[in-house]
Design a protein around this ligand. Structure first.
Ligand SMILES: CC(C)(COP(=O)(O)OP(=O)(O)OC[C@H]1O[C@@H](n2cnc3c(N)ncnc32)[C@H](O)[C@@H]1O)[C@@H](O)C(=O)NCCC(=O)NCCS
Ligand SMILES: Nc1ncnc2c1ncn2[C@@H]1O[C@H](COP(=O)(O)OP(=O)(O)OP(=O)(O)O)[C@@H](O)[C@H]1O
Length: 196
């Protein structure tokens, strides 16, 4: 089984790349760190209580829905200390979950395990991957796609971008770059070439 990591900055096209991999490699097993975080913030009582304890009741969502993510987003981006505290609760749990899914992929004899980890380089996350793949675009494109997709203000976009390693550094650290400035079909072609 091939074991790969997929990363990139916010709105660079990681999920789009993941979708292409799923189409190109039937039977592959994927892991999405953002989905794992959403699940923890919605269902994990230990994490929910820690978040509410530090960030206050305003971060609690309606009955039974865990944490109000947009409220938490406003509080952590632009505040490195609070962001790092939140990460210190969440990242170890994401690692554990990723390793569990990797183990089950091995048992299923899947041809590929691909983990989408946005903060792969920031968090120094190793799970036995043979290569790191980075979906890269310019900061301008990241900003434009993020504002178009999420309707975030320019200042929220900037504070999220500031919390991430600059793309040039991710590109220097990665083994494979998937350049996603062009149309989606170009991303697809690069992935097909990589898989050959
Ligand atoms: C702040 C939160 C509540 C915002 O939730 P929201 O639903 O808006 O965003 P989502 O989780 O889908 O993340 C979207 C993107 O934001 C960026 N992002 C998220 N957390 C961080 C962070 N701590 N530092 C830098 N960028 C981040 C990533 O590019 C990610 O792909 C949430 O992202 C969170 O709890 N983050 C801390 C945990 C973490 O580090 N997650 C990253 C994956 S390991
Ligand atoms: N090549 C492309 N051309 C135009 N738009 C694109 C392209 N690739 C992705 N997009 C769009 O940009 C946005 C971000 O893409 P995607 O969700 O795949 O990125 P992501 O890195 O997974 O985002 P996040 O960091 O928020 O999880 C989406 O609205 C997507 O449709």
């Amino acid at each position: 089984m091939r074991v790969l990591a997929l990363t990139g900055g916010i709105a660079s096209g990681k999920s789009s790349a993941m979708e292409i991999f799923r189409r190109e490699v039937p039977g592959m097993v994927g892991f999405d760190a953002d989905v794992c975080v959403r699940d923890l913030l919605a269902n994990d009582e230990g994490i929910i209580e820690k978040v509410v304890g530090v960030f206050g009741e305003s971060c609690r969502a309606d009955e039974g829905a865990g944490i109000h993510r947009s409220e938490l987003r406003k509080r952590v981006f632009g505040n490195p200390e609070l962001r790092q505290l939140l990460e210190s609760w969440i990242h170890p749990r994401v690692r554990e979950e990723c390793l569990e899914v990797l183990k089950s992929a091995g048992k299923l004899a899947a041809p590929l395990f691909l983990a989408e980890i946005p903060l792969l380089f920031e968090g120094g996350f190793h799970f036995g991957q043979e290569l790191n793949l980075t979906v890269a675009v310019t900061k301008e494109t990241q900003r434009n796609r993020l504002m178009a997709r999420n309707g975030f203000s320019r200042s929220l976009c900037e504070s999220i971008l500031e919390a991430q390693l600059p793309m040039e550094i991710k590109i220097r650290r990665t083994e494979v770059v998937l350049w996603n400035e062009g149309p989606q079909v170009m991303l697809e072609k690069q992935i097909q070439r990589f898989l050959k």
